[in-house]
Ligand binder design. Structure first.
Ligand SMILES: Cc1ncc(COP(=O)(O)O)c(C=O)c1O
Length: 391
């Protein structure tokens, strides 16, 4: 083919971000199921339950009313006000609804936040292991993700010392923190988070706090970064606590000075967030009692795995504080987490995510288990893994 013709068909360099490896595990699990096998799914990080009934009813009523039009770019005002009220109810923080932007899931929030805060080439620190799209979105936007290794010794949290060391090597413009964290399920205490944010901001490093797993905290209450600093950006979502992954709806809390930039960006990129999802999200706050029952189910699953996996042979993991993940060290059995995950799926019928999705360096020694399914599935997984590892 001529060079000019090749160029017309080639994807851009910036689009060359790696895919989620978990998708391969999902495809293999689906293929096994198509052959009639039963698979215990612990690979995908999403709740098994539907959205709160209040949300579903509100969406149905909106559909009945007929026209679904665009909304204000930053979200329906009553939803922004309801989100702001949530900060008062949950964290004791009086928040001005004018600082809330509704987004297309937290994923939409990341794109807007990175665009509004950073220039191409800016270096943004991330804890390693961490949620892979942080680095892939940054890369696609021309920013530079800087992975800082975290270890079990700090419960997988970034320390101010590690942040400053990276900053001294070459200046950082930003930092993304997450507590509870994916894939480890560990959390930072409010004091530790406050110290990290304080150190970062003193150095001029902008902080983005991914709070998508707030509400799913078992060991102690998660603190919002919005209460610790007026300058950081908080990203949250209805996907996890409210079981609304497919509705694609989330929000951000931003410094007032950034609101107009986000308004301009979202207006151009998306006009507004899907209206039906916004209506449902506002009503979801009235379904908290239902969601608390779902959360208690996760707590029971956490207990089943924490007690059962060590008996099954997987005994190296930290106590999980929140979210619905357990990050197990499998180095006793393998130093190739992808091959191990494939074998566990093929031979034990349990699907989990290889650690290399979350940590390109040390992740070959880890597997992430998602425990958002049913208690019966957790018992089944423990039994299958036990029979497989200790025949
Ligand atoms: C840590 C973390 N942040 C963000 C997301 C994106 O979620 P959503 O776009 O559905 O809000 C996920 C999804 O798994 C996640 O685990």
């Amino acid at each position: 083919m001529l060079d000019a013709a090749k160029k017309l068909l080639a994807p851009s360099k910036r689009s060359e971000v790696p895919p989620f490896i978990v998708m391969d595990v999902m495809a293999a699990a689906a293929a096994a199921e198509a052959q009639g096998r039963t698979i215990v799914h612990m690979e995908v990080g999403q709740p098994a339950q539907p959205a709160p009934r209040t949300a579903i009813r509100a969406a149905q009523a909106a559909l009945e009313r007929g026209r679904i039009g665009y909304t204000e770019t930053l979200g329906i005002p009553s939803l922004r006000a309801r989100i702001a009220r949530h900060y008062g109810e949950t964290y004791g923080l009086a928040l001005d609804p004018a600082r809330v932007a509704v987004t297309t899931g937290s994923s939409g929030g990341f794109i807007l936040a990175f665009l509004a805060l950073f220039e191409p080439g800016d270096r943004v620190a991330l804890a390693n292991p961490g949620y892979p799209p942080y680095r892939h979105i940054l890369t696609a936007l021309g920013c530079q993700p800087v992975l800082i290794d975290a270890t079990a010794a700090t419960r997988w949290a970034l320390t101010p010392q590690a942040l400053i060391a990276a900053h001294r090597q070459k200046p950082l413009s930003g930092l993304v923190v997450a507590s509870p964290a994916n894939p480890t399920g560990t959390m930072m205490r409010a004091e530790a988070l406050a110290e990290l944010i304080g150190v970062a901001e003193t150095e001029g490093i902008r902080v983005i706090s991914d709070e998508i797993y707030h509400g799913l905290d078992y060991a102690f209450a998660a603190e919002t970064a919005a209460k610790l600093s007026q300058r950081c950006v908080v990203i949250n979502s209805f996907s996890k606590y409210f079981c609304m992954t497919g509705w694609r709806i989330g929000w951000m809390v931003l410094p007032e000075s950034i609101m107009r930039a986000v308004d301009r960006l979202q207006g151009n990129l998306a006009i507004s967030v899907p209206t039906l999802a916004q209506v449902a999200a506002e009503a979801a706050f009235d379904g908290r009692a239902e969601m608390e029952r779902v959360k208690h189910g996760y707590e029971e699953n956490r207990r089943i795995l924490s007690e059962g996996l060590p008996r099954a042979g997987l005994d190296k993991f930290l106590p999980v504080d929140g979210a619905f993940y357990l990050y197990a060290d499998i180095s006793r059995f393998s130093n190739d987490s992808l091959a191990f995950a494939k074998r566990m799926l093929a031979e034990a019928g349990v699907a989990a995510t290889p650690g290399i999705d979350f940590d390109p360096v040390n992740g070959h020694n880890f597997l992430r288990f998602c425990y958002a399914g049913s208690a019966a599935e957790m018992h089944e997984a423990v039994a299958r893994i036990g029979n497989w590892l200790r025949p």
